[in-house]
Design a protein around this ligand. Sequence first.
Ligand code: SF4
Length: 423
Amino acid sequence: MPTGDGLLARVHPPLGILTLDQARAVAEGARRFGNGHLDLTARANLQIRGVTEATRAPLAAWLAAQGLGDVRADGGPQRLTLTSPLAGHDPDETVDVPTLAAAIETAGLAIPGLPAKTLVVVEGRPGRAVPEADLSVVAEGPGRVAIAVAHGETPRTLLTCAEDAAPGHVAALLGVFARTGRRRMRDLSDGEMAALTGALCSGRPAPSAGSAKARGGFAPGREPARPAGARDLRSVAIDAPFGRCTADALERVAARATAIGADEIRLSATRGFVLLVPATASDAAAAATAALAAEFIVVPDDPRRAIAACTGAPGCASGSTPTLADAARLAAAFGPLAASGRAAHVSGCAKGCARPGPADLTLVGRDGLYGVLVGGAPGDEPAMDLPIEAVLERLGRAEIDGLSAAFAPEITPSACGRTRRPA
Ligand code: SF4
């Protein structure tokens, strides 16, 4: 798709996992056919930036040769599922997530008309469904899952079943969904939702995705047969600040992975990478983390984790403000609020690519200034427009006065800011 810095090519690593050779190839492809910059997406995919009309076909061929080409040509989702980066190695998983996700991917490929953004989250730990997913397949206990559909604020559980029956049920639901012509399941009308549940109540057996035994999975009621040594692994988790990194940085991650004995790089929905290494390599893993700290987020309380930011200017033609640089400045002042669970969003324009919904503090680029919204979304009308310096100045008062008071329009804006409308 076109962006301010050229075409953007999305790469969908199968099940969110790159071999080290694939990671190096993506880095090389980003340098040769793009501008050397990468995005890490919230769906654990990668985007190569700065592709041109002349380089798009060679890049596609390059990626396909690495096993990273598109898997369907009908406009449907290139990758349907989202799983934990620890999938298959998490001691708390009670179902075989990689096998289940792979079976759902296979089932999805056979469904024509599936919208490109359809998302099925597969969660191996017993827990809750994910509101952002069209369907959630969540472990309920050993060998059993619950399937829930997006529905308003709270997903609606449709059924529980044995894990090896889940791909068939998911396929039936996706088939009905595709025929509605809707883009997301959360948009289904009551009648369409009834048709969806009817697909499960029709009495017809759900299409089989293969027996658990044939797929190397495990039968309901048994403890999962995790890979040998699964409990003896240590994970190295690093996130890319604001979801951006360079091809060179990805290559350095691959080099560190090799050095510490990791054989793959897993992508995470936190816009980062996870390396799994033997627990015996604990010291080497710590050293690798330290070595990557200059380019990546390596600690859980880094305030950049609380801030979403899009490409903005100059990378995106729709942006008038340098969102990534300004988000970094904002992070330094946002630490106390981040520590109390607040979130911010620096958006280059009202489209809100990085976070379409509301945040505690949303800044929207407008003619070189930022429209400020406390608790609003990028598409809302801001109360005032301020330069980033004035935003930072007011943010300094927020810890004491609160965000709403600090950004109240009746406060006299600094000389270069302008108030759009009174409180
Ligand atoms: S929100 Fe606007 S400026 Fe930011 S990436 Fe999307 S279109 Fe570009």
